[in-house]
Design a binder for this molecule. Structure first.
Ligand SMILES: *[C@@H]1O[C@H](CO)[C@@H](O)[C@H](O)[C@H]1NC(C)=O
Ligand SMILES: *[C@@H]1O[C@H](CO)[C@@H](O)[C@H](O)[C@H]1NC(C)=O
Ligand SMILES: *[C@@H]1O[C@H](CO)[C@@H](O)[C@H](O)[C@H]1NC(C)=O
Ligand SMILES: *[C@@H]1O[C@H](CO)[C@@H](O)[C@H](O)[C@H]1NC(C)=O
Length: 358
């Protein structure tokens, strides 16, 4: 009798322990997902009331209506900067730096933690000594997305006139200067561009084209998210070797291993559930740290414009994109709706029509 009782007690305690452990795990997972403690949740500015993924009940015209007169709200810009700083220190996280690694060190891929790669001498020699954005502040910045909405916009002059111009994915400029401008201070390049646009740099023509494009950067920053997933390390290595071999004047940056997670956590905390932020959203989030006014161009994740005319996915090629498909990694319409809300509050300015700058 006594023996059974003892067993029963042990059993109960075990069950209780298991229960306690599981709820604990559940709780910490929930916290990891939102990246929040109860305290910071309360302090979150709740800029975006609705994180719903389908806020398009009112059709496209609702999305294109950017509310007439736009006015910057400096108070709100400062609030957002502070809020984002709790998740992302963009000055530091914009790039890993030389002193953090040595050749031969092993890095785990950001989105595939089981896989690793080794820091090569080439990569290490190109790492910046300090953050390429250290102590930078700008009055106005442009973040230029690559949507075909830019074609015939005449926005080139206006874009060139900002103090700091961020561009995405090494998009071509020369043939489109009237609409997209030429000034570049910070250019991103996903490693996939090497494969898709420059045919893996296998022949000399491609290499020459690529070198010409990099020369155009004119000693500005080239930002390569090189450590996301396995598969492109060879391409990154070839790029790095070309830069060294031809002594190209570019300042390299490779986002820190926590950059994308930090950005995601900020938006999640504001109830915007984004699986994989687009480069455009990454750049806006980063720019809040350095820019008093942020102007977005070439953001338009819809196949048609406000008048029903077709809009190319990229202004410079014929790639197609299914904006509303849940198969892809991005949620562009959700991102756009969020940015539009911020536009209406004066936190940023979205330009989706012709520019009138003279
Ligand atoms: C948020 O969404 C709910 C239901 O989807 C709606 O009733 C509410 O008005 C929305 N709030 C805002 C601020 O858009
Ligand atoms: C600017 O934004 C803040 C924070 O959202 C708000 O309290 C304030 O009323 C806004 N100012 C103007 C002039 O709209
Ligand atoms: C990284 O280096 C270690 C030891 O130098 C080696 O065993 C490993 O195979 C390397 N990994 C890759 C992906 O090159
Ligand atoms: C290159 O950069 C320098 C210094 O920032 C600038 O003065 C010059 O105008 C730039 N040249 C071109 C062709 O953009």
């Amino acid at each position: 009798m006594r023996f059974t009782w003892k067993r029963w007690t042990i059993c109960t305690i075990s069950v209780l322990l298991i229960f306690y452990k599981t709820t604990d795990i559940g709780r910490s997972e929930a916290h990891q997902k939102t990246g929040l403690t109860g305290n910071s949740r309360a302090r979150s500015t709740r800029l975006m009331a609705n994180g719903s993924d389908t806020p398009f009940g009112n059709g496209l015209s609702d999305l294109t209506d950017l509310g007439g007169e736009w006015k910057a709200n400096a108070t709100l810009v400062t609030m957002i900067r502070k809020d984002i700083l709790r998740f992302l220190d963009a000055e530091r996280d914009v790039s890993i730096i030389k002193s953090s690694f040595k050749p031969g060190d092993t890095i785990r891929y950001v989105l595939d933690r089981r896989r690793t790669f080794n820091v090569s001498h080439t990569l290490h020699s190109l790492l910046p000594e300090v953050s390429p954005l250290k102590n930078k502040m700008f009055k106005t910045c442009a973040v230029v997305g690559n949507s075909g909405i830019l074609l015939k916009s005449g926005c080139g002059k206006e874009i060139n006139n900002h103090d700091f111009v961020i561009r995405c994915n090494l998009a071509p400029l020369n043939d489109f200067a009237d609409d997209v401008g030429l000034r570049s201070d910070f250019t991103t390049m996903n490693p996939s561009v090497i494969q898709r646009v420059y045919k893996s740099l296998r022949d000399e023509t491609e290499q020459e084209n690529f070198i010409l494009r990099l020369q155009q950067l004119n000693n500005s920053v080239l930002w390569i998210p090189a450590f996301m997933v396995k598969g492109s390390e060879r391409h990154v290595e070839i790029v790095n070797e070309l830069i060294l071999k031809h002594k190209l004047k570019v300042r390299m940056a490779y986002p820190s291993l926590r950059f994308i997670h930090a950005v995601r956590r900020y938006w999640l905390a504001n109830k915007i559930n984004i699986k994989r932020p687009t480069t455009g959203l990454l750049m806006y989030t980063m720019a809040t740290r350095f820019c008093d006014e942020i102007y977005l161009y070439g953001f338009w994740p819809f196949p048609k414009d406000a008048n029903g005319n077709p809009v190319k996915y990229h202004y410079y090629d014929t790639l197609k994109y299914r904006y509303f498909s849940s198969a892809g990694p991005h949620r562009m319409p959700l991102e756009f709706n969020t940015l539009k809300r911020l536009h209406n509050k004066g936190a940023l300015k979205l330009t989706t029509s012709k520019c009138t700058y003279t």
